[in-house]
Design a protein around this ligand. Structure first.
Ligand SMILES: C[S@@+](CC[C@H](N)C(=O)[O-])C[C@H]1O[C@@H](n2cnc3c(N)ncnc32)[C@H](O)[C@@H]1O
Length: 272
C-alpha cells in the first residue's frame, strides 16, 4: 500500500537514476553551490565544516566530499538511502545517516550548513513550515541553509498540451523532458497543493493518440509517471520567500544557466 503521506516510495527511488534535470540538479546549478564552497575553503582552509544533506542527492554528496566536509544524510527512508547510494559519485567519503522525517528531525550536533534539493517541494505549506523550523534549530550560529527550490512559473500553462505548444516554439531542440517537466507538474496541481497524477497520465495518453508527441517523448514521460504518487508541491516565489524569512535572512538567491533556471532558485539562507 503506497503511503500517500510522502511523495517518494521505493519504486521511485529505484527509477531515480533515469531522471534528468531539472528534477535533478544540473551542472550549472552545482557550479553555483561549488563556487560558494571554493570561496569558503579558500577563506578558512583548515576548518572542517559540518554539513547535513536533506535527502540522498548524490550530486550534492559528491560535491561536499570533494571539499572534505563532515557529512550527515537525513531521509525518512534508509531503504531509499541504500538504493540512491548505488548511483555513481565522483567523490566519496564518510557519511552518517539519520532515518528521520524532516518535519520531526532533530540532531545532537549543530551544522554549519544544511543542503536540500527540492525538499521544499516535497511538502505542502503547513508541513514545509515544520521542516524550516527544524532546519533553523539544527543550524549552528551563523549557519547557512542552501536550498534548490522549484517555484511556480509565471507562464500560466494549464495542461500538457499548452506546455507542448510553448516548448515546441521556445525550446524545439532541448530534451523533451528537460524542457517540459518544470511547467507540466505545476499545471496539474490542485487544492491539495500536489498534482493530480491521474489527470496528467490521461492527458499524456491523449497527446500520444493525437500523434502530437513522438514515441520516445511519450515513453520517457510514461515511464517516470509509473512511480509518481502525488507529484510535487510548487509554491509561488513570494510565498516561499515569506516562509524562509520567518527563520532566515535571504543572503542570496541565485540560479543556474539552464533553460529552466528561472523556475529553479538556489537560496542561500542565513540562520536568524
Ligand atoms: C531530496 S528529495 C527531492 C529530490 C528530487 N529532486 C525530486 O524532485 O524528487 C527526495 C528524497 O527526499 C526523501 N523525503 C521526501 N519527503 C521526506 C520527508 N518528509 N522527510 C524526510 N525525507 C523525505 C525521499 O525519501 C527521497 O530520498
Amino acid at each position: 500500500m503506497t503511503n500517500k503521506e510522502y511523495t517518494w516510495a521505493k519504486a521511485k527511488a529505484k527509477d531515480w537514476k533515469n531522471y534528468l534535470p531539472p528534477t535533478r540538479p544540473s551542472i550549472s546549478e552545482l557550479a553555483v553551490i561549488e563556487e560558494y564552497f571554493v570561496d569558503l575553503v579558500k577563506s578558512n582552509p583548515r576548518k572542517k565544516y559540518t554539513l547535513a544533506i536533506l535527502g540522498c542527492t548524490v550530486e550534492f554528496r559528491s560535491l561536499v566530499h570533494k571539499y572534505g566536509m563532515e557529512v550527515t544524510i537525513i531521509d525518512f527512508s534508509k531503504l531509499h538511502f541504500e538504493i540512491l547510494s548505488e548511483q555513481f559519485m565522483t567523490y566519496k567519503g564518510e557519511e552518517k545517516f539519520l532515518e528521520m522525517d524532516w518535519r520531526k528531525m532533530k540532531s545532537g550536533i549543530k551544522f554549519d550548513f544544511i543542503l536540500g534539493d527540492l525538499v521544499v517541494n516535497m511538502l505542502d505549506n503547513e508541513n514545509r513550515e515544520l521542516m524550516l523550523k527544524n532546519i533553523h534549530n539544527m543550524l549552528a550560529e551563523n549557519g547557512l541553509a542552501i536550498l534548490r527550490s522549484w517555484i511556480e512559473p509565471k507562464e500560466k500553462l494549464l495542461n500538457f498540451e499548452s506546455v507542448l505548444k510553448f516548448v515546441r516554439k521556445k525550446y524545439p531542440n532541448v530534451n523533451f523532458y528537460t524542457s517540459t517537466a518544470g511547467y507540466v507538474y505545476p499545471a496539474y496541481i490542485n487544492n491539495s497543493e500536489f498534482g493530480d497524477v491521474g489527470k496528467l497520465k490521461n492527458d499524456l495518453e491523449d497527446l500520444k493518440k493525437k500523434k502530437l508527441i513522438t514515441s520516445a517523448e511519450y515513453n520517457y514521460w510514461r515511464d517516470r509517471l509509473k512511480y509518481e504518487i502525488k507529484g510535487v508541491a510548487v509554491p509561488k516565489l513570494k510565498v516561499l520567500n515569506k516562509q524562509f524569512s520567518k527563520y532566515f535572512k535571504i543572503k542570496k538567491m541565485k540560479q543556474g544557466v539552464d533553460i529552466f533556471s528561472d523556475i529553479y532558485k538556489i537560496h542561500f539562507l542565513k540562520k536568524k
